[in-house]
Design a protein around this ligand. Structure first.
Ligand code: GUN
Length: 285
């Protein structure tokens, strides 16, 4: 069996075009969505993510401001910047790229962002809404995964869904979104004793661990939908996911590539959330 390759790039492009079309309609009513992106320090991966976010804003007609701050920026200084952006009417959404340097309390920073501008959906108010199902801003990566599943007509209700990884950014909110759609959800992590025994039961398997090629073909149920959230470098320095793609594609029914799968969808959700934030703040949602 050879899996259908889920084309995240194509779907992301379609969704960004939809955002752009809607931004044009909003602009005709005098509203331009704006996103402020804050980067502290010089982490190379974060620099790439931030650049991609700026490009996506340009593609969608969204105004963007980038704040690249030195690694030794004080927590107070960062909190002051956020307070200023919270009060700035041109800014609909604020995103502070994680991870932050160790001397800054990331929890404090996340809580400082006004919930109505928290387009990452990391603020406890928005996390709570994801938990109850009354979602305002969709968690970017998990919502991108849901879009891919829906676009390919992959059924969730009643299916066995296994999420490997329990991060606040991906694993936990991913499990919630699948649960709200009536999946039977299991979360696995580094202390799960027999991971393969669990993953082999998955109709939908989401890998969000951050370990190159750790999901091997023998861990996959034949015909399963395999969603790879990983973004790693293999031993040759080549970008790869958490799934051993070539072998897994021989067993899975659907599989996402890295790159060109989930990653592009994360940024697309961010654009959708920024548009929604602008609409809400202007009484147009
Ligand atoms: N670091 C890794 N992923 C993300 C994300 O989705 N948002 C932010 N702000 N930082 C990240």
């Amino acid at each position: 069996m050879t899996a259908i390759i889920i084309d995240g790039k194509r779907i992301a492009e379609e969704k960004k075009q939809q955002v752009y079309d809607e931004v044009l309609r909003l602009q005709a009513r005098g509203v331009t969505p704006g996103l402020a992106v804050i980067l502290v320090g010089e982490d190379p991966a974060s620099q790439i993510y931030v650049r991609n976010k700026e490009r996506a804003c340009a593609r969608c007609g969204i105004y963007s401001e980038k704040y690249a701050l030195p690694a030794d920026t004080g927590e107070d200084e960062l909190l002051e910047l956020i307070a200023r952006l919270n009060a700035d009417r041109r800014i609909s959404g604020i995103l502070c790229q994680l991870p932050l340097p160790k001397h800054i309390d990331a929890g404090k920073v996340i809580c400082a962002i006004a919930p109505e501008k928290d387009v990452d959906a990391f603020h406890p108010v928005n996390v709570g809404r994801i938990m109850t199902g009354d979602v305002l801003f969709a968690p970017c990566t998990p919502a991108g995964v849901m879009t891919l599943l829906d676009e390919y007509g992959i059924e969730i209700a009643g299916k066995s869904c296994v999420v490997v990884g329990r991060s606040n950014i991906v694993g936990k909110p991913m499990a919630m979104l699948l649960l709200h759609r009536h999946g039977t959800v299991t979360i696995c992590h580094s202390r799960t004793p027999d991971l393969a025994a669990v993953t082999r039961g998955a109709d939908i398997l989401v890998a969000a661990v951050g370990k190159a090629k750790m999901i091997t073909a023998d861990m996959i149920k034949p015909g399963a939908a395999v969603i790879d959230v990983g973004m790693n470098r293999d031993s040759c320095g080549k970008l790869c996911g958490d799934v051993d793609f070539d072998a897994a594609a021989e067993r899975a029914g659907y599989i996402t590539p890295v790159p060109g799968g989930v990653g592009v969808m994360t940024i697309t959700t961010l654009m959708q959330n920024t548009l929604l934030a602008a609409k809400l703040q202007n009484g147009l949602a």
